[in-house]
Ligand binder design. Structure first.
Ligand code: IDP
Ligand code: MG
Length: 160
C-alpha cells in the first residue's frame, strides 16, 4: 500500500495536556477540559495521578540543567495532576496557543494561563511543544491500552 495510507491523518494529531497540581487545587479541571472539548478536540485519554519525582525528571529531561529544575519537579510532584491526551488537527500547536505563554504575565487574555494564572512557577497547565515530544510524553504517561481511539459521530460537523 502507499506510504500515505499508513500515516495517521492530520486530524489524528495528538498532544499531551496536563493540569498541574495548582490547577487541580484551584478547581480549574472542568474549565480547562471544557475549552478543549468546546473547540472540537477529542479527548482520548485521561487520568488523575500524583507523579513521582523520578517520573517528572524524565518528563522534564530537557530542562535538567535549569536552575529552577528542582523546584519545578517538587511543585509538579506536590499533588495530583490531571493527565490527558487530546486529538485533532494541529492539536500540538493549537494546544500551546490555548494554554498561552510559559510566563502568564506574557499570556494573552483568552488563553488558559492568561485568564487564570500570574507566575511562571504556578502556570497551572502543561502542553507538548512539538509532535515528537508529544509522542514521547504520551508514551511516558499512558500505556497504549489507556488511550482510546474512539469514533466520534459529530466529527463531520467539526471537519469538512
Ligand atoms: P512550557 O511549560 O511553556 O513548555 P518550559 O520552558 O518547557 O515551558 O518549562 C516547563 C515548566 O517549567 C513551565 O511551564 C514552568 O512551570 C516551569 N518554568 C519554566 N521556566 C521557569 C522559570 O524561569 N522559573 C520557574 N519555573 C519555570
Ligand atoms: Mg515545555
Amino acid at each position: 500500500p502507499p506510504v500515505n495510507e499508513e500515516m495517521a491523518s492530520p486530524q489524528e494529531e495528538r498532544t499531551f495536556i496536563a493540569i498541574k497540581p495548582d490547577g487541580v487545587q484551584r478547581g480549574l479541571v472542568g474549565e480547562i477540559i471544557k475549552r478543549f472539548e468546546q473547540r472540537g478536540f477529542k479527548l482520548i485519554a485521561l487520568k488523575m495521578v500524583t507523579a513521582s519525582q523520578d517520573h517528572l525528571k524524565v518528563h522534564y529531561q530537557d530542562l535538567k540543567d535549569k536552575p529552577f529544575f528542582p523546584s519545578l519537579v517538587e511543585y509538579m510532584a506536590s499533588g495530583p495532576i490531571v493527565a490527558m491526551v487530546w486529538q485533532g488537527l494541529e492539536a500540538v500547536k493549537q494546544g500551546r496557543i490555548m494554554l498561552g505563554a510559559t510566563n502568564p504575565l506574557a499570556s494573552n487574555p483568552g488563553t488558559i494561563r492568561g485568564d487564570f494564572s500570574i507566575q511562571t512557577g504556578r502556570n497551572i497547565c502543561h502542553g507538548s511543544d512539538a509532535v515528537d515530544s508529544a509522542e514521547r510524553e504520551i508514551a511516558h504517561w499512558f500505556k497504549p491500552e489507556e488511550v482510546s481511539g474512539w469514533k466520534r459521530t459529530v466529527d463531520s460537523w467539526i471537519y469538512e
